[in-house]
Design a binder for this molecule. Sequence first.
Ligand code: BG6
Length: 487
Amino acid sequence: MQTDSSFTFVLFGGTGDLSMRKILPALFEAHRAGGMLADSGKIVAVARHVADRAAYIDWVNEHVKPHVSKNGVDETAWASFLDRIEFVKIDLGNPEDFTLLRDALSGRPGIRVFYLATGPSLFVPICHALASVGLNENSRIVLEKPLGYDLKSSNAINDAVGEIFAEEQIYRIDHYLGKEPVQNLLALRFGNVLFEPLWRREWVESIQITIAEELGVEARGDFYDNTGALRDMVQNHLLQLLSIVAMEPPHSMDSDSVRDEKLRVLRALKPIDPRDIGKVAVRGQYHAGVIRGNAVPAYATEPGVKPDSTTETFVALKVEIENWRWAGVPFFLRTGKRLADRVAEIVVNFRAVPHSALGASALRGGANRLVIRLQPNETIRLYCLAKQPGEGMNLASVHLDLAFDRFFREGQMEAYQRLLLDVINGRLALFVRRDEQEAAWRWVEPILNEWAASNKPPKPYAAGTWGPAAASAMLAQHGTCWLEEEN
Ligand code: BG6
């Protein structure tokens, strides 16, 4: 991924958590790898509570360095990375300060990237202030999630940003789209003939997509309590994964071909009838429990969370797609905090053989299953039945294993690194287009509204389990179970 195009990467929220944990470490990795970032490219951090560049560099040394390169920092690369960093002190509440930024950027070659690693309430004021000093030309703007709270507020932000930046200048980040195994899913589906004939209702019985976390809400209790799992994970990450699993083959990998196909899936999601919500949606909230031997407190006692909070920390949904490929195939989506394990995976359960001469075990649904593990330990496993050695014809489940780190020893890239390089190089395919975002909000809104209107609290689950029993019961109604319940 060589580049010779210069850039200036302006980081708003330069001392924020995201800058510290993800953005600056990802830029460092791209720098360290060599050849990915133009030598002349600069990073301009913007913050209010830091006196000057020297103080900012001190902050980067103290807070960012611990998050880079698990195997130790390459000190020479680190020193030259710091040389790329400049600093402008701006009070975002004071639009006149933006003249300082304009002066700092004047005469620089290449594209300008404005990364808004700030709360969404600052997106529109920052865009206005950038436009007021003419910085919206020859530039790209990156918006972090959450982009809005519902369809209306997301439209309001998109309308306001859209008056200042054209859609091709707007990069809405969903970091799940930058994960290597998600890219591999595209390669698997559209680079092989094996799967395409089977990737449809005739051969697929059900699909599960799980993003389970062991972590709780950490220091974000206040934010999370006003957000909940449906907004934080389903509206974006899970629906994006779903659209990639279910989309039609695009005619090319250019940004709009891929995004057009994803959009078609999002628009084909069967609307949720509020009367059915109890059957197709489960919401839960964790109580105190034990994870890997450590006691963890209940959600309602976390700092920043209201003691009588009804915010969901777990969601399980049954989703249907109304098109020829997928009619009648249930997609089960699930996400939660403080679950038994940290795992993100997609499970495609194929139908049973129509007739078995080999005995009943070959007639079981789920004998053939594709499990795409996104994290940790990225693997793709194809489960089949094989004959057990020895006398008789007894079948057992075996799997073909594709462990990426065995085939590709180098070159694995963190999601943020890939996405930041894509912004700098003007590749939009892995960013969410406005119409996709709208379609996703439109679909989740009836669930949000119904839960807000309901006087039923979320179902409790103990931290360290797989969520409320109702999530298992929902699958049992369809004669199936979550993958971890198989054994
Ligand atoms: C973020 C959510 O978008 O994704 C967090 O806001 C969540 O609540 C995180 O923890 C999960 O991302 P990952 O890459 O660690 O699975």
